[in-house]
Design a protein around this ligand. Structure first.
Ligand code: SF4
Ligand code: SF4
Length: 456
């Protein structure tokens, strides 16, 4: 038989409407991140093969791509972002080929969750491309005030930590915080993270629980744990001390995450360099650097390698091998026979775990699950959620609030709402815990806090 009789289509010739003309050279564009592995940023963007895996729904599990899952709009896919970047970088006639509002608009709803970095079959890494784009876009158009405020939040927190009660009063006061949110473009329904009464560094100076001997481990007092989630840091130190480890917080800078997420890459590069110079001589396989907040400690294993070149990159590589998440360190010690299951209580606990996007993309939640089931009667069920929707400052920004909450509603919020009150919710990410509270009213704990409670 004949299919569609009488319907004749005249297709253009196969050698017309091609992406590139014959002999066209790929542009070499100077970048802050090192794109040498993909032979430059244009070729990195070209890696998208159009397969459309980034259009999969949340029912298929995984993280990629939360903005598409929430909006179902092609403009918010990983593919759209790779394609617009490739198109403008290839065809722009401007001296700064990143200086195009069209790219900004398509990149805007990317949550920088890094889901694509591990789930896209071509490993398109939009979080990296977006940060690079923003740096050049701001070079041409200036850095907005809100972007600066978010990037430099650690400096404000440092200042505020001199009088935390006053600082918190301003942040919590409806009138003052309302004006501030309106002026800066933060969502009115969000509460700004407040400061703990002391910093983790100050607490550690007075800590009497540190054993005089015992294996020395370094703790990375990241900017979120040092000022806001100090209780989580204290739990980590207490747990390590209880297990016989001597904990030191070495001299270091913040991780640079806030600068990376806002695209201020040159500043992030300076922070990375300082941290590498300070920590590389100290940290080793025997004395690793342990981190609590995934988005902070994982910069050592991801962005620091992209922000450095030459001998500094070699140092960054060496350092990254001994920078571990708390859970990975604990499981390494269990495997080495240094931590025994007899050190845990035999009471029972049901836990539901929401993993951090960066942890899922760059490491894994396997160690978290194994660590939380070291006590014989603890049970862990990992929620098949992707990104929580907060993604650092993304969910705080007024124009992103609705998408942020829609992302939370895809899987995470409904799963938490149907979780019994007696079940503990665990989430290693500071933003995730905040989002869970805002979206469901449930308090989530860092796995480290749950772990401390499980020790005899
Ligand atoms: S971004 Fe990745 S998943 Fe999406 S279409 Fe391109 S290659 Fe496929
Ligand atoms: S980083 Fe996340 S939000 Fe951005 S394109 Fe990749 S999967 Fe989508």
């Amino acid at each position: 038989g004949i299919f569609n009789p009488g319907k004749i289509t005249e297709t253009p010739k196969m050698n017309t409407s091609l992406r590139y003309e014959a002999g066209q050279k790929t542009k070499e564009i100077e970048t802050v991140f090192d794109f040498s592995e993909s032979l430059g940023i244009v070729r990195a963007a070209e890696q998208c093969n159009g397969s459309g895996d980034c259009r999969k729904s949340e029912q298929f599990a995984g993280t990629m791509c939360p903005s598409y899952q929430a909006t179902r709009d092609e403009n918010t896919t990983t593919r759209a972002r790779a394609n617009i970047l490739r198109e403008f970088l290839t065809r722009s006639e401007k001296t700064n080929p990143f200086d195009h509002q069209e790219i900004y608009e398509i990149m805007d709803l990317c949550l920088s969750c890094k889901g694509c970095k591990s789930e896209c079959p071509s490993n398109v890494d939009i979080a990296k491309y977006k940060a690079e784009f923003l740096q050049h876009y701001y070079d041409a158009n200036g850095v907005p005030l809100r972007t600066k405020m978010i990037a430099y939040i650690t400096s404000f927190n440092k200042l505020g930590s001199v009088f935390p009660a006053f600082y918190n009063f301003v942040l919590k006061n409806r009138f003052f915080s309302g004006i501030m949110k309106k002026m800066l473009g933060f969502a009115a329904k969000r509460s700004i993270p407040i400061l703990y009464k002391t910093t983790l560094r100050k607490w550690q100076r007075k800590n009497k629980g540190n054993p005089a001997t015992g294996k020395l481990v370094y703790l990375f007092a990241d900017e979120f744990t040092n000022y806001n989630d100090v209780e989580v840091g204290i739990a980590a130190i207490k747990a390590l001390n209880k297990l016989g480890y001597r904990v030191e917080i070495p001299d270091h800078e913040e991780s640079g995450r806030t600068f990376l997420s806002k695209g201020l890459l040159r500043k992030a590069g300076k922070i990375a360099e300082k941290n590498i110079q300070l920590l590389e001589p100290l940290v080793s396989d025997e004395n690793p650097l342990i981190g609590i907040e995934p988005s902070a400690i994982l910069t050592f294993c991801d962005e620091y390698l992209d922000l450095t070149r030459g001998p500094l990159k070699e140092k960054a590589r060496k350092l990254s091998k001994n920078c571990l998440l708390f859970d990975d360190f604990i499981m390494r010690e269990v495997e080495a026979g240094n931590i025994k299951t007899t050190q845990f209580k035999d009471t029972g606990l049901n836990i539901r775990l929401h993993g951090h996007c960066h942890q899922k993309s760059l490491a894994s939640t396997a160690s978290t699950k194994r660590m939380l089931t070291l006590p014989a009667n603890y049970k862990v069920d990992e929620i098949k959620s992707g990104c929580c929707g907060m993604a650092g400052s993304f969910g705080y920004e007024a124009e992103h609030y609705d998408v942020s909450m829609k992302v939370g509603e895809l899987v995470l919020f409904p799963e938490i709402r149907k979780t019994e009150e007696s079940t503990t919710i665990a989430a290693p990410g500071t933003s995730c815990r905040h989002q869970i509270m805002d979206g469901t009213g449930r308090k989530a704990f860092h796995p480290v806090e749950v772990f401390l409670e499980s020790l005899k």
